[in-house]
Every structure is written in C-alpha cells, then in structure tokens.
Design a protein around this ligand. Structure first.
Ligand code: GDP
Length: 452
C-alpha cells in the first residue's frame, strides 16, 4: 500500500521546517552531498502510533525558488511578485498529490494576506486541511493569540513546533485520518520506473508490457488512481509500480508529461528497485540528478537506464561502455554502485535484460556477511589506511558487524565516534565494495562509541 503523504504548507518563516523536523525521523547518520538533499531535506518518514506516513516540507520548494532567483543574479526582493507566484505554483504541485495538508500560520505575526492567499488556493483542492497556529508555547495566552485566526471559521490547532506544545494533539488527529494496519508486503519484486518527462518511461513500460513473454494484469490501487501492473518474465512475476499513469500518457503520443515530484517520491518509496530512465542523447541534467538523489536517499535498489541508445549508436558507434559509465558516474557521483544499462525502448533493444538485473539487485540487497568475514575485511582495510588522528589521539575501530539487510547496514565500534569522518566511511565503503560489490544497492554505516 502506498504511504500517505502529509504536506506542510505556509508562508516563509512560520516554522514549517521546525515542525517538519519534529515529525520526521532522521534518515541519515551522515549528511551527504547529494543533489536535492543537501540544500533542503524535503521529505521524511514519519511514524506515530504505529502509523507510517511521509511528511513533506513545502518550505524546501520555497527556498529552492529563492535559490534559483539568486543564482540568476537577481535580488529576491525585486522579484517579489514573480517569486511568490513561483512559490505558490511549486507548493501547489506538492499539495495536489498530498493526502493531508497542515496549513501553518504564525501567532506572532498574526493572520496576514499571504495566509489568506494560501488558504484560498488550498480550499480548491479537496484535501483534509489541518490549520495549525504556531509559536504558541503554552495554554496561558492561547486564546488571546488565537483571536486573530478565529475569523477563518475553522478548527484551529495551537502548537509550538519548537517546544512541542499542542503537538501530540495535532498528530493524534492527523493519524486518525490514516488507514489502519500494517503495510502490505507484496510477494513480488516491486519495480518503479522513474525519470524526468520525455526520457521514454511510457515507451519503456508499454514495450515491457506488450512483450510476448509478458503476462499483464492490473492491481487497482486501494486509495488513489495508481494502478500497478503485474508482469511475468520467464515464470517470475514482477510488479510495475503505478503503471496506469505512465501507460495512459503513452497513448497520448507526444504530449509532455508534467514532472511530479510527489508521484516520483511515492513510487520510489513504494518499490524494491528503482529503474531511473535517462535520455542518453540529451545526457544527464539537473532534474535527473535530483531524481537519482531521491532514490539514493530513500535507500532503494537502483539501476541506471540510458534510453534512446539507438540515437547514440548511430551518431557515435565507437563509444564504449566503460567510457560511458565514467561520464554517467561523474554526474551521479553518489550512485557509483548502480549498474548502467543502455537500452532502446522504442526498438525494444535489451529491455528484458532488466529483469535479471532486478533479481540480482534484490539478492544483493538481502545479502548477509558474517561477522568473522567482516572483521577480516576490517583488519585488511585498516592495514591499508587507518582513520586519521582525532584531537591528538589515535582513532581505533574495534570491530564491525552487519546489523541489517535491505539495504545492508553495518555498525562499526570505535573509541572516538567523532573521529570517524565521512571521508573515511567513503573509503571503507569503497573497500567493502571491491570485496563485495553490492551492485545496485546502497550500503550504510553506523558508528558507535565503545570503550574497549
Ligand atoms: P516519458 O515522458 O518518459 O514517458 O517519455 P515517452 O515514453 O513519452 O517518450 C518521449 C519521446 O521519446 C517519444 O516521442 C518517444 O517515441 C521517444 N522515445 C522513447 N524511447 C525512445 C528510444 O529508445 N529511442 C528513440 N529514438 N526515441 C525514444
């Protein structure tokens, strides 16, 4: 089942990201240099009373528009109107695909025209809206502070994103809207085909589903218009996530799909392996990098598909795969573990190769290495390079052990936690992968402090 999406909406500086951080679980031990992730963490996993959902901070979109304006050398203020229009557009693309919206306001500044503007837009969408008034630190002045907002004629939630006042109440009301029960686990591998518009996703999906060896059946989504397809390839079954939308588009040849961050996000969250489709002729652009960044930070299995290879082949017949990989990994430096495939969806070249690769990635993702082998690996790795000294002391790594699969996670025990820097973890990962490639699978290290 698809996870529900809760989007936090509001003017700049009302406290959206503070609330977001309160709701979202921290996903990464180490903040990585990944496109679309470093600038702002747009979304996170959340759980309350055993109900899981995704929370999105639309403030991230605002800051992005701001950054874009700035990078063009234009001061943000002079472009205020244009800026606001752009922000509203971005935010509402997000809202369209969220299930629940938290409209956040600010008790300190009171109800402002832009709040009204946002609410006016919000009400056009048929979403459940929670109106939260932030910066109310306790019951004392609550009703005075809320005064301004009663004119909205809606139920209000007085909260302090900072100190947590009113937070539990808000969360309880929100999760009451979510469907009950455990997440269903599909018995078949789930594949999401993602990529920016026009790279050939729908051509690929239609080619896969019309291929003779495929048997296709549809599973209607439970809550929304998402329809997954089951296809089988050499007697093995696979689920193609959210194929209805993609296929439909394919029938309206030449229309350019609007890129939807939420849909991409939801499909990534929902899959075991994401296949990112790129246009090999056009090359890898920023939006491609950001989609890859989403897949990486969701810690999913992944393969890189360079589509429209028929066009490249004609123009550069001597281009070899190693050279191509180097070019790809230069753009996707955080995803060097992903296998690269050249395909042509249009002429159906090599497209069924995807299935064995998906199988391999899933097998790798659930691979477990025993502690003894891991520690032999650790000894060798340390003998090549020790972590650098930290605060004048040697940094020792005592041992390493695999604590999880899907994706694989490893804990290392050290005498100085702060002494293990990201750079060393990168080195460790590189060494690990040369011994056990974990192709198409992100691996994660957790560092723990331990007295010997
Ligand atoms: P989507 O937006 O990612 O679903 O992209 P589409 O599947 O609609 O494809 C966009 C355009 O690229 C269409 O005109 C397709 O015919 C074309 N296209 C897709 N795959 C290939 C391919 O492998 N080779 C070539 N030459 N064109 C392709």
């Amino acid at each position: 089942m698809n996870k529900f999406i809760v989007a936090i909406v509001g003017r700049p500086n009302v406290g959206k990201s503070t609330l977001f951080n309160r709701i979202a679980k921290k996903r990464h031990a180490v903040i990585e240099d990944v496109p679309g992730i470093t600038r702002d963490r747009l979304y996170g996993d959340a759980v309350w009373d055993d109900r899981h959902f995704i929370v999105v901070d639309t403030g991230g979109f605002q800051k992005e528009v701001e950054a874009n304006v700035k990078s063009k050398g234009q001061p943000v203020l002079e472009h205020n109107k244009k800026f606001l229009e752009e922000v509203i557009k971005q935010v509402f693309t997000a809202v369209e695909e969220a299930d629940i919206v938290i409209m956040m306001m600010d008790a300190e500044s009171g109800l402002l025209p832009m709040d009204h503007e946002l609410i006016r837009h919000l009400r056009r969408h048929e979403k459940k809206i929670f109106y939260a008034v932030n910066k109310i630190d306790g019951p004392k002045k609550e009703s005075t502070l809320l005064n301004d907002f009663y004119s909205l004629g809606v139920d209000l939630f007085a909260v302090s994103a900072l100190n947590g006042y009113g937070f539990e109440n808000l969360m309880e009301q929100i999760v009451a809207m979510l469907p009950e029960g455990e997440e269903e686990k599909s018995e078949y591998p789930k594949i999401a085909i993602v990529g920016r518009p026009n790279v050939g996703k729908s051509t690929l999906v239609n080619a896969l589903l019309s291929s003779e060896r495929m048997i296709v059946s549809s599973i209607p989504g439970t809550t929304r218009d998402a329809v997954d397809s089951v296809c089988s390839y050499y007697k093995k079954k696979y689920v193609l996530v959210d194929t209805a939308g993609i296929r439909r588009k394919g029938k309206m040849a030449k229309t350019v799909e609007r890129y939807s961050f939420m849909r991409t996000l939801r499909n990534i969250e929902d899959c075991d392996v994401a296949l990112i489709v790129f246009d090999a002729e056009e090359g890898i652009v920023e939006l491609d990098q950001r989609i890859a960044g989403l897949v990486h930070s969701a810690q999913k299995g992944v393969a890189i598909l360079l589509n429209k290879w028929d066009l490249v082949d004609k123009s550069a017949p001597s281009l070899d795969i190693e050279k191509i990989k180097r070019m790809v990994y230069q753009k996707l430096w955080f995803m060097k573990y992903a296998p690269v495939l050249t395909i042509s969806a249009l002429s159906k070249k090599r497209i069924t190769n995807l299935f064995p690769i998906v199988d391999r990635i899933i097998a790798e993702s659930s691979r477990r290495i025993n502690t003894q082998t891991m520690n032999e690996f650790l000894r060798k790795t340390i003998s090549i390079k020790e972590p650098p000294m930290y605060r004048g002391r040697r940094v020792k790594i005592y041992y390493i052990t695999q604590v999880k699969t899907n994706p694989p996670g490893f804990v290392i025990f050290t005498n100085q936690k702060e002494g293990i820097k990201e750079q060393y973890l990168k080195f460790l990962e590189g060494q690990l992968r040369s011994f056990m490639p974990f192709e198409g699978v992100p691996v994660k290290f957790y560092v723990r402090q331990r007295k010997r």
